[in-house]
Design a protein around this ligand. Structure first.
Ligand code: 13P
Ligand code: SF4
Length: 344
């Protein structure tokens, strides 16, 4: 496809949400990236939070973290370029150790991944021996290596239920833990808070949580929802389960990033409010021009925002930034990830 054809295709998809000069400029970058991708025998995986001009152009596969983990495990390409954040690229390396895994930005972190260390998990395991440890995908490889199972927002409740264990250590997202507790009927203890007095022969807690938070999703409030519903009574509101349980209780649907995309696609309402990272609203708007997306968009994830078309091109040119996971840690983390993929 020539630069002109790339531009025309982008114009068709993005013409309603991006100015023409931006599409022209980015079409050139997209063209170069797609050429280099072929030459290098690379696959590009794009998380649902990528900005529209990247999301709708260069990824071979797009999706939530669970779907992209599956694609990373299946690929036969030599190089995986991960347009997402570091913990996602690390998961790709855990699953495909023989591939060169590249993250286009040096850091691209995550407030949840930074909220807990491997040492924190070791201490919890010492305090609560024999209890299965489930960690959310938004953690680094050394934390996953200390865990028995890994989960994503797409399968957290299903995984906890499948364990048939009276108690589960669930880390590190406080709100996701509370949402899973609500769905599975479990009670949570936070070891950092004072435990409730235990009555004779009663289960005091069934989930042991941690107080990590997503710096984007923690910002949404029930008040935001009330205000928008007042102004637009027919609006359908969706929220990611990293939002507080009060927020997920007040919305029409809560699910992983891909589950929210599917919900909008399969529902016929004219207007939607997404309580999640704001690029995803733009991506849905571009793909569904007949649906109006309202966004509370002061909240762009600063880490996802570090992944640009410019840096993705540089990443393929210079083969940077290489994701390494020490083999000892990788092997242990692999078991946790493999168990999750087996559960589904
Ligand atoms: P998903 O697994 O739903 O894609 O979410 C990842 C994430 O980082 C949400 O903030
Ligand atoms: Fe992490 Fe939140 Fe950004 Fe997702 S949106 S990568 S959980 S900081």
């Amino acid at each position: 496809m020539s630069i002109q054809e790339t531009y025309e295709k982008m114009k068709e998809k993005l013409g309603k949400i991006l100015p023409d000069f931006e599409i022209k400029y980015k079409a050139e970058l997209v063209y170069k990236i797609n050429q280099l991708k072929e030459e290098r025998n690379a696959v590009i995986l794009g998380h649902n939070y990528m900005e529209p001009a990247l999301f709708h152009t260069i990824p071979d596969f797009k999706g939530d973290s669970l779907e992209l983990s599956r694609k990373a495990a299946e690929t036969d390409k030599d190089i995986i370029v991960f347009c997402g954040v570091r913990f996602m690229a690390e998961t790709a390396k855990i699953l495909s150790p023989d591939k060169l895994v590249l993250l286009p930005a040096k850091k691209a972190g995550c407030s949840l991944a930074e909220s807990i260390t491997a040492e924190d998990v070791r201490k919890l395991k010492k305090k609560y021996p024999g209890i299965p440890v489930v960690t959310y995908v938004n953690t680094y490889a050394d934390v996953k290596a200390e865990s028995d199972y890994r989960c994503t927002s797409g399968n957290a409740a299903r995984l906890v239920e499948s364990l048939n264990s009276d108690t589960v250590i669930f880390l590190p997202d406080e709100y996701l833990a509370k949402n899973v507790a609500k769905e599975t009927g479990k009670h949570i203890l936070f070891p950092t808070k004072k435990p409730r007095a235990k009555k004779e022969n009663t289960i005091e807690y069934q989930l042991i949580g941690w107080e990590g938070k997503c710096e984007v999703h923690e910002k949404f409030t029930v008040e935001d929802i009330k205000n928008v519903r007042k102004q637009f009574p027919d609006v359908v509101v969706l929220a990611h389960p990293e939002c507080s349980p009060e927020v997920t209780e007040a919305v029409d649907f809560s699910g992983s990033t891909s589950a929210m995309i599917k919900y909008v696609e399969q529902t016929s309402a004219p207007r939607y409010l997404l309580l999640t990272e704001c690029s995803m609203g733009d991506n849905i708007a571009a793909a569904n021009p007949n649906k109006e997306m309202l966004r509370l968009c002061s909240v762009r994830c600063p880490h996802m925002n570090e992944i640009t078309l410019e840096d993705t091109l540089k990443s393929l040119e210079k083969l940077q930034y290489v994701i390494e996971v020490p083999e000892k840690i990788r092997k242990r983390a692999y078991k946790a990830v493999e168990r999750m993929l087996a559960i589904g």
